[in-house]
Design a protein around this ligand. Structure first.
Ligand code: ADP
Length: 490
């Protein structure tokens, strides 16, 4: 349990008051008691002396019997006992209340007056011995009734001290509530409202100077925070707008890269299409001359059909590759139909092999038996393999141009490596190879997007791509996600 500031201060003040007022109370009541006892002793001595004088006076004219009666008559009220002593100081006659007998001695000194405080089992008394008329008289006076008058005074002082302490605590409570607690409560309520979304921190003027200064500082801080929040919001809006622009720019660059690779592909395919078309045109001219036999015409038509089919196949491959679905820009959530890696790989190889760039490259493949189907879009695998093969072809030197394509079965994936006999990865780009726009190629030849696009396509399908040093040149390692073993195709 935690006490509030008011309770803690009250507790401390309460302890201080107890420490200060209790000793004060005891000091005052002791002083009052001592003063009263002094007065009471003085009174008792005076009374004792008066009674002793009176008895001493009376003993001259009385017989022993009537003296005893006189003494008896004097005892009562505050006079506890009286004794008469002869010239030798021996007790001649005495009368006393039962509890006072012990206070009257059998012998006294008759030479001088004496006043003594006597502590008895039942209270306190004053014994006064007064010499006179050939002897002495001793009188015992009760002082207790006087002392008893101290008690109400002590109670009064106690009551006064208690009430003073209580009044002080109530006063401090009220002052603390008004000057400290209420302003702090107001501040904390206002701060909570700000935390809940209120845009202003209204600060009351009440309370101690320091607290109102604190309130002003909090209000200033809230205003600053609000201004900063506003700035932050504007910055976030700017960043969001910049992000949208950036992603548009990226999309367009990815498309540009796509077009560039298609362009490179198209250049290689030009002679694939050009050759059959020249052949077809030659056959047409011969047929138009009309000098062919029916058999020769049929043979030419069949050749033209074969050449046309070749052109058709090449164009279909190109369109397959270039159609929008192959861009890699679709949402990742599109469920990938399983496809056979070997089939896709052979298809890509059929596309690149006829190109001039690959004409003198020794492109060897090694497909492991029973490869599982790949859980990735066919077009995406095609694009990744195509990018890597085109890069490898760019990298291999003029002589001993070799590229190895290898696929092995992994745990939950298929491991594909594309290795070449080129000069390897340039150290300056090694750490940033898969970042967009990182290229070592001349302007117009490379955009630096190919590997970034590959990584994006693979990671969106749950796979990954890494680059490492191969035996001769660079080696790119792909981990393609495979589907469940039951759907294995090869
Ligand atoms: P681009 O081919 O347009 O430069 P990429 O992202 O495909 O863009 O490649 C980025 C860079 O990675 C290349 O410029 C090249 O320096 C390096 N690189 C890619 N493949 C190879 C490879 N097989 N051998 C050596 N370096 C390579």
């Amino acid at each position: 349990m935690r006490f509030g500031i008011r309770a803690q201060i009250l507790l401390v003040v309460g302890v201080i008051l107890v420490l200060a007022l209790v000793p004060l109370f005891f000091a005052v009541s002791s002083l009052a008691r001592a003063t009263l006892m002094q007065v009471s002793d003085g009174n008792a001595r005076a009374l004792g002396r008066a009674v002793a004088g009176h008895v001493s006076e009376a003993r001259q004219h009385r017989e022993a019997a009537s003296l005893a009666l006189l003494l008896e008559a004097q005892v009562g009220g505050v006079v506890g006992g009286i004794s008469v002593y002869d010239a030798a100081g021996r007790q001649a006659a005495s009368a006393a209340a039962a509890d006072m007998r012990a206070a009257l001695p059998h012998t006294v000194s008759v030479a001088r007056e004496e006043a003594l405080v006597v502590e008895l089992t039942r209270g306190r008394a004053m014994r006064v011995v007064v010499p006179g008329n050939g002897g002495a008289v001793a009188v015992v006076i009760h002082t207790d009734p006087e002392a008893a008058r101290v008690a109400p005074l002590t109670r009064l002082v106690g009551l006064y001290t208690g009430l003073l302490g209580l009044a002080l605590l109530v006063f401090i409570y009220l002052v603390l509530t008004r000057v400290v607690v209420r302003p702090i409560d107001d501040l904390s309520r206002a701060a909570r409202r700000v935390a809940d979304g209120t845009r202003q921190l209204p600060v009351g003027a009440a309370g101690a100077r320091e607290l109102s200064a604190l309130g002003d500082s909090l209000a200033a801080m809230t205003a600053t925070l609000r201004a900063e929040e506003e700035q932050l919001r504007e910055k976030v809006a700017e960043i969001e707008a910049a992000n949208v622009q950036l992603s548009d720019a990226q999309d367009s660059l990815v498309r540009t890269e796509r077009l560039a690779s298609v362009g490179r592909l198209a250049a290689g395919l030009a002679h694939e299409i050009g050759n059959p078309i020249s052949a077809i045109m030659g056959f047409q001219e011969l047929m138009l001359d009309g000098e062919l036999s029916q058999k020769e015409e049929r043979d030419f038509l069949e050749r033209m059909k074969r050449e046309t089919e070749r052109v058709h196949r090449v164009l279909r491959d190109l369109l397959d590759f270039a159609r929008p679905a192959a861009r890699g820009l679709e949402p990742v959530s599109v469920e990938a139909p399983a496809c056979s890696l070997r089939e896709v790989g052979e298809h890509v190889l059929a596309l690149v092999r006829p190109q001039r760039k690959f004409s003198d490259i020794d492109l060897s493949t090694d497909w492991a038996e029973s490869l599982p189907a790949i859980a990735m879009r066919r077009e995406h695998i095609e694009q990744v393999l195509l990018n890597l093969l085109l890069n490898a072809a760019d990298a291999v030197a003029s002589n001993d141009r070799r590229i190895w394509l290898k696929a092995t079965r992994g745990d939950g994936h298929v491991r594909v490596t594309v290795e070449d006999s080129g000069g390897g990865i340039v150290p300056s780009v090694r750490g940033r190879l898969f970042e967009p726009f990182v290229t070592t190629k001349d302007v117009g030849e490379g955009t630096g997007l190919g590997l970034a696009v590959c990584r994006g396509l693979l990671e969106s399908a749950g796979g990954r791509i890494e680059a490492e040093d191969g035996e001769f040149g660079a080696r790119f390692v792909l981990h393609l996600p495979s589907v469940a073993p039951s759907t294995a195709e090869d």
